[in-house]
Design a protein around this ligand. Structure first.
Ligand code: SAH
Length: 342
């Protein structure tokens, strides 16, 4: 009999969704919680790293993290080597792994290496942006087709290599990686027959609380974006559907949309307040300025506890007071029923 070989691991190419960490799939989150190694792209929402198993190794490979992005070949090598060693690897990518995310190329490398892999789809940023900008990409009255495209057509090629015709002819056209080449893209679409008066929107950081939306026309948007100094990542939506935004902008109408709130509560207590604020659209920065510590002396409380019959009313001014008070009762083995007489 041959020696038992260590069972090889699996590589999961997981779509992290467009920006809001809650938009990952249940399957994606389950895999994150079990992975031994997580290889994250810069566009994958940072908060999702917290979903990883505490002992998991997390490797950042996006250019937004200072150092030069790990070369694609090194990423492939890392995934393959670790899976062969028996580790389960999650390759976490922004949006959907196979929509302009090189998921296809990574899957090919894994297939060539004979490594088991799985592709877990994600909400691509076109769909995220459409939802939170209030721009339905298809609509019975306005658009019966949608094209997803990019002007980045490969190393060494520029936007002139793009065939704009299918985009110009689509009901709605969505262009990824649009910011740096907005002039060329809008000019290309117009040259291919799309009217310069077609409504167009640029959505930056879609689905996140700091989402920005710029609306204009095919003719005006590039100038507007330049003047606004809008940088990447942003996605361009062109088509009559953009006209629906003023009525359907539910995201921008949430009561705290566009506001940033600093939560200074103690770290253990900030999460519930932050969640409420985020639910109403706020961007929350947690900066705990309060630390809850035991009192330097319990003597005053102990004196009061020893003479409970002298009090008529007991007032607590915070949940912390309640927790500490009852904690002390327990430590001193005082029966909670002694309070009944108050
Ligand atoms: N796989 C990703 C796309 C990666 S290409 C997906 O499915 O979404 C990177 C481009 O995606 C960016 O240049 C930008 O055009 C777009 N993008 C990604 N996240 C975005 C976001 N939160 N808001 C707007 N555009 C985004």
């Amino acid at each position: 009999m041959t020696a038992r070989r260590r069972q090889a691991g699996t590589v999961y190419l997981v779509g992290a969704g467009p920006g809001d960490p809650a938009l990952i799939t249940v399957r994606g989150r389950d895999l994150l919680a079990r992975a031994d190694l997580v290889i994250c792209d810069a566009l994958a929402p940072g908060a999702l790293r917290r979903e990883a198993r505490p002992g998991a190794t997390i490797v950042e490979v996006g250019p937004a993290h200072g150092r030069r992005a790990l070369e694609q070949a090194s990423i492939n090598r890392l995934m393959i080597a670790r899976a062969r060693r028996g580790l389960n690897v999650v390759r976490l990518k922004g949006g959907d792994p196979c929509i302009f995310g090189r998921g296809g190329e990574e899957a090919e490398a894994l297939a060539t290496a004979g490594v088991r892999f799985e592709i877990v789809p994600g909400v691509t940023s076109a769909l995220g942006a459409a939802a939170t900008a209030g721009i339905p990409l298809t609509h019975r009255r306005h658009a019966s087709s949608v094209v997803l495209a990019t002007a980045h057509v490969g190393r060494g090629k520029d936007a002139s290599a793009v065939d704009w015709k299918p985009l110009a002819g689509a009901g709605s056209a969505v262009v990824y990686m649009a910011v740096g080449r907005l002039e060329e893209i809008t000019a290309g679409l117009a040259a291919a027959g799309r009217s310069p008066t077609t409504p167009a929107a640029l959505v930056r950081w879609a689905t996140r609380p700091d989402q920005e939306v710029l609306v204009g026309t095919l003719g005006s948007l590039a100038g507007l974006a330049r003047r606004a100094g809008l940088g990447p990542p942003a996605i361009l939506i062109v088509g009559d559907v953009v006209r629906l935004r003023p009525r359907l902008d539910w995201f921008g109408r949430r009561p705290l949309a566009g506001r940033t709130v600093v939560v200074t509560r103690a770290r253990e207590q900030s999460a519930s307040l932050s969640a409420l604020l985020e639910e109403d659209g706020a961007r929350v920065l947690e900066a705990p300025a309060i630390e809850i510590v035991p009192p330097t002396s319990w003597a005053p409380l102990d004196r009061a506890l020893a003479a409970l019959d002298r009090f008529n009313i007991l007032i607590f001014t915070s949940v912390n007071g309640v927790a500490r008070f009852f904690g002390r009762l327990e430590d001193r083995r005082i029966d909670i029923r002694d309070l009944a007489g108050l």
